[in-house]
Design a protein around this ligand. Structure first.
Ligand SMILES: [Zn+2]
Length: 114
């Protein structure tokens, strides 16, 4: 028998949910839940469409690789991580894994730290 931790009902062995209150049985409750404050920033390279239209793909790739490198350097300098690049857009994230630093990196990445 498995006792429900919510209502105390005795349930058959192997039951996944309490027959009285539908509380999940046997599964460990997520005890490691942690509330994290994260900052998500989205950036867009101004004029990237026009740049792509008038630049050879190989050159554009080199330019964008440098751009992504600069963005990553700035974000990481302030304790953030870059989650992904989508086209010419970057999606940095700060906080969560321990770093409380957020706002300054965002400001610099948006134009103040070139
Ligand atoms: Zn129950």
């Amino acid at each position: 028998m498995i006792a429900c931790t919510r209502c105390g009902e005795q349930n058959a062995d192997g039951a996944r949910f309490c027959s009285n209150c539908a509380n999940p049985l046997g599964a460990t409750q997520p005890s490691s839940e942690v509330r994290k404050t994260v900052t998500v920033m989205f950036m867009d390279a101004v004029g990237s469409t026009g740049l792509g239209e008038r630049t050879d793909p190989e050159s554009l790739r080199r330019v964008m690789t440098r751009y992504f490198g600069e963005i990553r350097t700035i974000v990481e300098r302030h304790g953030g991580t870059v989650e992904k690049y989508i086209g010419e857009r970057a999606g940095p994230r700060s906080g969560g894994a321990g770093s409380p630093r957020t706002g300054r990196g965002q400001c610099e990445a948006s134009g103040g730290d070139r």
